[in-house]
Ligand binder design. Sequence first.
Ligand SMILES: C[S@@+](CC[C@H](N)C(=O)[O-])C[C@H]1O[C@@H](n2cnc3c(N)ncnc32)[C@H](O)[C@@H]1O
Length: 280
Amino acid sequence: MNLIDIVNRPLNPAPWAEGEKIPWDEPEFSARMLHEHLSQKHDAASRRFSTIDQHVAWLHHTILASRPSHILDLGCGPGLYTSRLAQLGHTCVGIDFSPASIAYAQASATAQQQHCRYLQQDLRRADFGQGYDLIMLIYGELNTFRPNDAKLILQKAQQALAPNGQLVLEVHTFAAVQAMGKRPPTWVAPVSGLFSSQPHLRLSEDFWDATQNAATRRYIVIDAASGQATRCAASMQAYTRADYHGLLTACGFTDIVFYLALSDRAALVDGDYEVIVCRV
Ligand SMILES: C[S@@+](CC[C@H](N)C(=O)[O-])C[C@H]1O[C@@H](n2cnc3c(N)ncnc32)[C@H](O)[C@@H]1O
């Protein structure tokens, strides 16, 4: 991509037209992203450990009634939830397509002799297996899939749950996705960052597609030494509560209940997210 391509870029990209996601699954990007998952300075990629501890306590006590369970974490990242759930006596499987995150999760499970198994696979194509008491997909990742892929993942989760098994989704609210699509453009010029370990300029711009109810964020990264620009983009589908209800019902889920957070604690409510718990 040259600078003139940036000048001539489309100003209303169709959702998912410029890429599926940020490159979670590229080895170098995933190694840089692993640092963000593990950082205790911010909640990007994964929440800080103090919050994860409270989420895990809620899953264990409120959702699983402290019964040892078979759990599948979709988009598990470096296994920060599965490792804690395993310590509480659950057996866990984590699926993620980030090589650095899966390597970290696997190494932690081996070092701590935990009952966790990790698969480096794309959720859209992975075989989820069978017989889970709980399947979780959190931190808004469901919204980042094209609607057909989100439905496919939910259908596969429905098939993989044991009778009476539960699905826990943490999703973005409609308003949060819409607000993302209406953010003003920004730029930063770090010496190194998530998108490149070399000095670069990163331009970000956001778009809201009111026809498809989807937000798209486009990133353009310009290498300071060569002037070469690369582009990637990530889109998010916005769903109302009625949309989530309809989608889950169409995928065979029942007893659909909405919560404010993965916790009872008011301090952990983040208005950009909501939690849905349902059963097969
Ligand atoms: C926001 S992070 C959340 C990680 C973890 N659930 C947590 O809260 O700590 C989203 C995760 O989903 C994974 N992911 C995104 N799309 C995926 C796909 N198509 N297949 C497998 N993993 C995917 C990413 O690699 C990343 O680890």
